[in-house]
Design a protein around this ligand. Structure first.
Ligand SMILES: [Zn+2]
Length: 243
């Protein structure tokens, strides 16, 4: 009798854990997010009706890898969005100019990749504004998209940034952690197996290694997605099409 009781208890715990796990996943990735203030929507995917996807690259520009990615995008005639850090944009201004000239979108990813949870609203504003100014001076256009580092956001961030700027996260459940060089095949396989209409794909042009698995994975991903008939759009295009 006692054994049976324990069995029932264990079953209940397992079922509860599954439900809890699912809820956490849903809360983390179930979109679109509605903020309390309700003034600004957080975007993490576009229209599911159309075969469009947006490629996004964070943390650059990187003197070598960003250039290699731009060459690849050129080869496949694909437009993407780069969430740049103000400090690297200052360091490699020619890359930002090239991105703008070649029709890519440039997004704000703060000046120094701050953890927005750990700093004041004033500090977020300072980093955001400084990066907006750098992008404007180099690209000639004001950035319309912002991605908080680590994908962390709350009311403080929402109130700190310009309301003209959309806060954009990403779609696929997994952050592919391509910045850690997990293997070319792993990056390509997860992206290709999870791809859906309207996806915003998160990748990184800045990796702290002697070689970049992201660049190599793109050589597999780009032709494959083109063959599947996906149209690559910038984030502003994705937002406009999905309205
Ligand atoms: Zn980042």
């Amino acid at each position: 009798m006692r054994k049976k009781h324990i069995k029932v208890q264990i079953t209940v715990i397992i079922i509860f854990s599954i439900i809890l796990g699912f809820s956490i996943k849903y809360v983390s990735f179930g979109n679109p997010y509605k903020t309390k203030s309700n003034q600004q929507k957080l975007i993490s995917y576009g229209s599911k009706e159309q075969k469009i996807i947006a490629l996004t690259f964070d943390d650059g520009p990187h003197p070598k890898y960003t250039t290699e990615i731009l060459d690849l995008l050129n080869e496949y005639n694909i437009k993407a969005t780069f969430f740049v850090l103000g400090k690297f944009a200052e360091q490699y201004p020619e890359i930002i100019k090239r991105q703008a000239k070649e029709g890519h979108e440039i997004g704000n990813h703060t000046y120094s990749h701050i953890n927005v949870k750990k700093v004041s609203k004033e500090k977020i504003q300072e980093e955001f504004n400084k990066t907006q100014e750098i992008i404007l001076s180099l690209a000639g256009v004001e950035s319309k998209v912002f991605r908080p580092p680590y994908g962390i956001f709350d009311e403080k961030i929402i109130s700190a940034i310009n309301k003209e700027c959309s806060i954009v996260l990403w779609s696929q459940n997994e952050d592919h952690k391509d910045w850690s060089n997990p293997g070319v095949k792993k990056i390509a396989d997860t992206i290709l197996s999870q791809i859906e209409n309207g996806d915003i794909i998160l990748l990184h042009d800045y990796v702290y290694h002697n070689e970049s698995h992201t660049v190599e994975a793109l050589k597999i991903i780009l032709p494959e997605l083109k063959n599947k008939g996906y149209k690559f759009v910038t984030l502003s295009e994705l937002i406009e099409i999905s309205k």
